[in-house]
Design a binder for this molecule. Structure first.
Ligand SMILES: [Zn+2]
Length: 243
């Protein structure tokens, strides 16, 4: 009897302790919940289509993959100031190899310039999108870094306006035709295509393919549809003081 009681008390404490550990573990490793709620954010707003996209026509009606695009709390990840400023950096010691890498990447992303105006800048501090020759950072819970990755960050600028900027990491392991393919694809994310196409013939197909395609009509149709949506980015926070 006495032993049974000790065992039962022990088990009770054991499970209690275990539960506390589980809760602690959950809070330690779950994604932090941001304090910003949609009510605190600027209102949703639609911008007129940039002229370059307004001019785009697809007589063959190739369709789009707009349904695959994720909407964020801030709405669609739309740019409203053009040209979009891009900074490209290679940390290579060999200067000519470094220059070649930057050229390959700039040439690849420049294919988007027909649809949204871009400008390459020398100063990373003024850039909207920064591209680095670097292995993407490890994500908690994932054992292997990806070969290319794009992340965005939200900011409140000095005028109390919600702004966003992107960082793209392209692994030094990406060579040959895969480097421009990865640059073209990741840059599509940074222009606001925050999702993937289910079709191999689109730049935004979710996986790397043996013969990387150029920007397709479906890619541009999707981009155009995204730029017809609303966003909180580019607008002023409510009750914001300008100090
Ligand atoms: Zn992707």
């Amino acid at each position: 009897m006495f032993i049974n009681r000790i065992v039962s008390v022990y088990l009770r404490f054991f499970f209690f302790g275990f539960a506390i550990w589980m809760v602690a573990f959950y809070f330690l490793f779950s994604t932090p919940i941001t304090a910003v709620t949609p009510q605190d954010l600027p209102p949703l707003k639609a911008y007129p289509l940039p002229e370059t996209l307004a001019q785009w026509q697809d007589p063959r009606n190739s369709g789009d993959y707009f349904d695959e695009i994720e909407v964020q709390d801030v709405g669609y990840l739309i740019w409203s100031h053009f040209p979009i400023k891009v900074y490209v950096e290679s940390s290579d010691n060999d200067e000519s190899r470094s220059r070649q890498w930057v050229k390959t990447v700039v040439d690849a992303i420049w294919e988007w310039n027909i649809y949204l105006p871009l400008q390459v800048v020398d100063n990373p501090e003024v850039a909207d999108i920064k591209i680095f020759k670097k292995r993407p950072p490890l994500t908690p819970g994932k054992l292997r870094a990806r070969s290319a990755e794009t992340r965005y960050q939200l900011d409140r600028d000095e005028n109390g306006i919600l702004s966003h900027n992107f960082v793209i990491w392209l692994s030094p392991m990406q060579v040959g035709k895969y480097l421009p393919a990865a640059a073209r694809h990741e840059f599509g994310h940074a222009l606001g295509i925050w999702g993937h196409s289910p079709e191999k013939t689109d730049v935004m197909y979710y996986s790397q393919v043996a013969e990387p395609p150029p920007i397709s009509s479906r890619d541009v149709n999707t981009l155009k549809k995204i730029y017809l949506q609303t966003t909180r980015i580019g607008s002023k926070f409510p009750f914001s003081s300008d100090n």
